[in-house]
Design a protein around this ligand. Structure first.
Ligand SMILES: [Zn+2]
Length: 418
């Protein structure tokens, strides 16, 4: 089978059930496709139902950013003004808006005012470490008492020994360093200032939101983010979807077995368009032929190869005004062609390594389902969670535990060179 035979160049969702892939420019012989690695295993019955399979004994588990999975809310220490008289409130808010704008940016995840039961109104002024004079205070580095977020924190029971006068002095020095007139802070001189613990950032899940709210009321956006992430953590798939995933992973496992028979790592991968449930690439690890030819890398390359063929066909059709061939007659306009793995799913028997995880980011993949984790070297489920790294410009969903037992069994007596 030649490369051209494997890659129908004009069909949008051509099934590419190639055998274990070969790196570019390599002419080494490929193992034949295992008999069970066929899309027919996933074809639907005439009535639209999926063929009967044994119910799966696994559930996909979303892999979230570590801070999202944590139920702990980190805290920061903030300066709070106690407002005894309602008429003072507008003056304090005006002071904050006029003089504390740079510091306010760090408090956007919090409500500015709270009214504890049996106490007076309290207003957030700024974080303690925003004030250079206070940042050097030896008390600032003292671990805070977890109970100090209560109203008692502003009644002298906080772990901080900073007095109201010291806090006022610190704020004045901050304003002076920015050239703000001294009389601007007069409103604070009639108020009692104290230190209390507040949530350090927006809540990433319901538990963090509850813990944070117990310290200081969080902004509404925090509740929305917490609800979204919690819903993701509890994402459920229908039985039909699980059956389909199981079938895709069966094909990946068959590819892994074929790869192992060739002396490669027992890792297989399948790329699927979930919009049409069409397999776009089915490959095995090929690192014996090329060090970088991990299963995920080869899968992305296969998708890219097919898209390049389609792109060339679409260009030719556009120039000639007619299909370049019978197959090219189905070409879509260039503007409608997909970009690599955008919105596609990758099923892979083992968690991708860091290199492959970054390649998946660049490919714009939509979701990655993997079987067995790759401790130390994995890029998704360990210390590195590249699919959710905030500093990257593309994120995708990752799920672990898909047919994990069968995927882990691939390594029982096989080579592992990746
Ligand atoms: Zn890799």
């Amino acid at each position: 089978m030649t490369e051209q035979d494997e890659l129908p160049n004009a069909k949008r969702h051509a099934t590419m059930l190639s055998s274990s892939p070969t790196p570019a420019n390599s002419q080494s012989q490929r193992p034949s496709l295992p008999s069970n690695a066929s899309t027919s295993a996933l074809s639907e019955s005439p009535d639209g139902s999926l063929p009967r399979r044994t119910p799966v004994d696994w559930r996909p588990v979303p892999v979230l950013l570590a801070e999202v999975e944590s139920h702990t809310m980190p805290t920061a220490r903030a300066i709070v003004a106690r407002v005894d008289l309602p008429k003072q409130m507008s003056a304090v808010i005006a002071f904050i808006q006029q003089c504390m704008q740079p510091e306010s940016a760090r408090l956007e995840h919090l409500r500015r005012v709270r009214k504890p039961s049996n106490s007076v109104m309290q207003v957030l002024i700024c974080l303690v470490d925003s004030v250079p004079l206070l940042r050097t205070h030896h008390e600032i580095s003292t671990p805070s008492d977890t109970s100090s977020g209560s109203d008692a924190a502003c009644n002298g029971n906080s772990s901080s020994s900073l007095t109201s006068d010291q806090l006022l002095l610190g704020i004045k020095s901050l304003l002076q360093s920015r050239g703000v007139a001294d009389d601007k802070s007069q409103v604070l001189e009639s108020l009692s200032l104290c230190v209390t613990d507040v949530p350090e950032r927006i809540a990433a899940n319901q538990q963090q939101h509850a813990a944070g709210n117990a310290l200081w009321p969080l902004a509404h956006a925090s509740a929305l983010t917490a609800a979204k992430n919690s819903a993701l953590a509890e994402m459920l798939f229908s039985d039909d979807e699980l059956q389909r995933m199981d079938g895709y992973m069966d094909i990946a496992i068959a590819q892994a077995q074929a790869a192992r028979a060739q002396g490669n790592s027992p890792i297989g991968a399948v790329v699927v368009d979930p919009a049409t449930n069409t397999i776009l690439a089915s490959v095995g690890d090929c690192s014996r032929e090329h060090t970088l030819a991990h299963a995920a890398m080869v899968a992305i390359a296969r998708v890219a190869d097919a898209q390049r063929q389609e792109y060339l066909a679409a260009l030719q059709q556009g120039e000639n005004g007619a299909p370049a061939s019978a197959e090219a007659g189905n070409s879509r306009p260039v503007a409608e062609l997909p970009y690599l793995c955008t919105s596609y799913d990758l099923y892979i028997t083992r968690e991708p390594c860091v290199m492959c995880s970054m390649a998946l980011v660049h490919s714009r993949v939509g979701r990655v389902f993997f079987g067995t984790p790759h401790p130390d070297m994995g890029g998704l489920a360990g210390a590195r969670r590249i699919h959710a790294e905030p500093k990257l410009n593309h994120h995708f969903l990752a799920f672990r535990g898909v047919a994990e037992r069968r995927c882990a069994a691939l390594f029982c007596d096989g080579a592992d060179t990746e």
